[in-house]
Design a protein around this ligand. Sequence first.
Ligand SMILES: Cc1cc2nc3c(=O)[nH]c(=O)nc-3n(C[C@H](O)[C@H](O)[C@H](O)COP(=O)(O)OP(=O)(O)OC[C@H]3O[C@@H](n4cnc5c(N)ncnc54)[C@H](O)[C@@H]3O)c2cc1C
Length: 391
Amino acid sequence: MARRIDTYLADLVSPEKFAFYETVRDFGDAEVAPHLLHWEREHQLVPDECIKKMGELGLFGLPIAEEFGGQGGDHTDLVLMGLALGYHSQAVAITPGAAISLGAKPLQLCGSAAQKKAHLPALARGERMFVFGLSEPGRGSDAANPQVTAVRRGSHWVLNGEKCWSTNARWASHVIVHALTSPDGPNGKRSTCFIVPMQQKGVFYQEMSGKKVWEQSSTGSIMLENVEVGDDAILGTENDGFKVMVTTLNGGRLFIASLALASLAFALDKTRVYAEERIQFDEKPIGRFQRVQDVVVDMDIALERGLTWLVHCCKLYEENRLSREQAAKVKVDCSRSASDLLLLAMEVCGGVACFDEFGLIRHHNDLFVTRVGEGSNFALKDLIVRPLRAK
Ligand SMILES: Cc1cc2nc3c(=O)[nH]c(=O)nc-3n(C[C@H](O)[C@H](O)[C@H](O)COP(=O)(O)OP(=O)(O)OC[C@H]3O[C@@H](n4cnc5c(N)ncnc54)[C@H](O)[C@@H]3O)c2cc1C
């Protein structure tokens, strides 16, 4: 059966980009879908072998310039990867997704020439992975004022505190630590980002256990105890760390929107097929009931609308014209509509939707992350409302 999402994407992106999407889609069908249930039931993270294969496919180097060994692609390619892999598993998709959009991207956007030369080639090959250390146990939405501190001592800095929720921590070579460096500075100018090797003395990682979303994705706590780094570890400029983080999140939010739409695309196909196969009352498929049709049609509309909007936002991003409000809006809308509709899709499918092998419950759980991750939808509305306030 042709996927509904393919019909839309074939019209929205160039033939070359669609061919790339098909390659990743086929990889997901062959290397992810057949194993997913086993990984879930065994509570396994994405196996190293699968990560290696994604590296061989060039996924970790997608938007990295060819001069650094990357594929020289753009944000649309990244989002197409999210749509292709996320159709089966957001957790698998976020592994290269976060490695790029939260790991390599800040380096591409804000790194020095020496930092790019030192790290981008290994990041592009998937041999090195950076994780994004913004969130902390006491700092989620209120991320501008980290509790992790970096204090200058002579020629080096000493970092202390804890980061949490760091996606890909299990495989990380480095963590980008957002730390308080100027407590008395103006708001938004109090912090600095540092590139810290995970092997550095005083860095400890622990997987966060009990997480029932993105189950195959690694999510770690990273403790920093008197970790010493030099000025060359600073990413961007001193006391401009929040700017580095915010700039990164603009692109990251587009990727989160792609995961939401991937789940919606899966749920749409699953539901429309099930609605034709499931017979109730007078030997009729339930897809003949208007209320069931309503759900299927609403999913289809939300998918086409979301994809069109997202591809447009990727174009703006590449042209440096995507505002923070626009990135926030598309993330809020795609995550909210996909998760609201997914619950209705499960209702259409009835009891069978409760089972892991049916797939919907996985997407239902994972969609929750798209609502809170990379800025909770409620908090993002603070941004969206700004230009709407009457002067
Ligand atoms: C699976 C997963 C992976 C993640 N990966 C990473 C990662 O790689 N790196 C990283 O740094 N972080 C990561 N995060 C953290 C994520 O970005 C935070 O969860 C998010 O920023 C929200 O922070 P919080 O959970 O502490 O919620 P809080 O800030 O405690 O907010 C709780 C709720 O309060 C409400 N709220 C808060 N502020 C406002 C406001 N201003 N206006 C209105 N309502 C508000 C919202 O409803 C919000 O959902 C990850 C999270 C998850 C769940």
